[in-house]
Design a protein around this ligand. Structure first.
Ligand SMILES: [Zn+2]
Ligand SMILES: [Zn+2]
Length: 441
């Protein structure tokens, strides 16, 4: 008989329960392991071995590597329950399992690559308890709502390869770079401001994660569907297809949600909610409320409120001068790459500086078309030479033979379409195409 007043592990508290910054189960597990001088896998093995259905031959390495610890899968929920048992701390708030009856597990959270806000990490290092919020693991979230900057990936370690630790000496701890071991990720480069849209999404997602266990488990698909229906009725003229196309989703997405034939995916839901200014938490409660109005009514909660809506910190004058510079830049950068360092949305920038944005994208497109044409022309020449050579030898030219004779492969990928096209044209005996749009050059 086990003494229920004792737990296998020290009951480390789960940080930030009831706030948007609630710790993720993954982060908790890493801290728990460090606290007991174990590696996370050992912790899992220890608790798993006490379960009646445990198979000692189960390859934990494989299981461990490929599943999102804080996600909605059975396995994630089981792990949360086993760990709660083993520590005496309720860890369900640290997972998305509490929403599993409502949302789709697809495109929900990252399984492996950990992301972090460099600013949060730096501050927490000073306060000695570093944890990684569940918010950082959501795929839909790409910004820190507290600091207004873009989240970074642990793969962005800026240390030189010589400073990377050997695999057996790397640590897994929130706030520590796994590659070079830098505490507080001192190794990463400059922070990047997040766009208003990304901040809005992060704030809305945070409000959802701040909900209590009981409330999040009480949600049903019908409630969410009712919320979405009200949003479609009020904002999209009762037309689910219009809602979907305006949010740049597949046409039938919203229709499927309303019919209940498809589970709601987080990224699509947030896209639509952002477009309609909808309070996402209220949608889960079965109502459509515009953000802003709803927040003041529940303002006493405090914790749920992170940022004012429509929060913007873009330095638009710098954006404009970057656009002007890019218009004369000889490397002809794309609009996206010019805007990326500012975390500005393409559509926001185009609305504000239509002429500058148009100039940059037109130049870039022209250069890109020219490069494609060159690639097409050279591929066409090589393929037609190879075809002629095959015919001369009396061999029937086929796709495979021509590629082999030309020593040039084409795959059906976007980057390879011009080469594929060249091959198709050669085989069909068509003359080479010329770029129709810039006939002058
Ligand atoms: Zn932060
Ligand atoms: Zn590093």
């Amino acid at each position: 008989m086990r003494d229920t007043s004792r737990s296998i592990f020290y009951g480390l508290p789960l940080i930030g329960v009831g706030t948007p910054q609630v710790e993720s189960l993954r982060s908790y597990l890493l801290r728990l392991a460090a606290e007991h001088s174990m590696i996370p896998r050992e912790v899992v093995a220890t608790i798993a071995s006490r379960q009646s259905h445990y198979r000692p031959d189960a390859n934990l390495n494989v299981i461990w590597r490929n599943f999102s610890v804080s996600g909605t899968s059975d396995r994630a929920e089981r792990l949360a329950i086993m760990l709660s048992d083993a520590t005496g701390v309720d860890l369900v708030p640290g997972t998305l399992a509490r929403f599993r009856q409502v949302i789709s597990a697809r495109r929900l959270c990252y399984a492996r690559t950990a992301r972090f806000c460099p600013e949060c990490v730096r501050r927490r290092i000073e306060e000695t308890h570093v944890h990684a919020p569940l918010l950082w693991e959501l795929r839909v979230v790409s910004a820190c709502p507290v600091h207004g900057i873009r989240l970074m990936s642990t793969a962005e370690c800026g240390a030189p390869p010589s400073a990377h630790l050997p695999l057996n000496r790397r640590v897994s701890l929130p706030g520590v770079c796994g590659r070079c071991g830098s505490i507080g990720f001192q190794c990463v480069g400059a922070t990047v401001l997040a766009s208003g849209r990304d901040l809005w999404i992060a704030a809305e997602a945070g409000k959802l994660l701040a909900l209590s266990n009981a409330e999040s488990k009480s949600f049903t698909r019908e409630m969410l569907t009712a919320g979405i229906r009200e949003m479609v009725d009020k904002r999209f003229d009762r037309k689910p297809v219009r809602a979907a196309t305006q949010a740049r989703l597949a046409r039938a997405t919203v229709l499927h949600w309303l019919k209940g034939t498809e589970a709601v995916e987080f990224p699509a839901l947030f896209e639509l909610a952002h477009l309609a200014d909808a309070d996402v938490t209220e949608l889960f409660r079965g109502r459509y409320t515009e953000v802003g109005a709803a927040i003041d009514a529940r303002g006493s909660n405090g914790a749920a409120r992170i940022l004012p809506t429509r929060y913007e910190r873009h330095d638009w004058t710098s954006v404009r001068s970057a656009l002007v510079d890019a218009a004369d830049d000889e490397s002809v950068p794309s609009l996206v790459s010019v805007l990326a360092p500012f975390g500005v949305d393409r559509s926001d920038a185009c609305r504000r500086y239509p002429i500058e944005c148009h100039t940059v994208s037109r130049r870039h497109d022209a250069v890109r078309r020219m490069r494609w044409q060159q690639l097409y022309d050279s591929s066409y020449a090589v393929f037609s030479a190879a075809t002629a050579e095959l015919r001369r030898r009396g061999v029937e030219p086929t796709r495979a033979r021509v590629q082999q004779a030309a020593n040039l492969c084409c795959f059906f990928s976007a980057r390879n379409t011009c080469r594929s096209r060249a091959l198709e044209d050669v085989l069909a005996g068509r003359p080479p195409r010329t770029s129709s749009r810039d006939s002058g050059g």
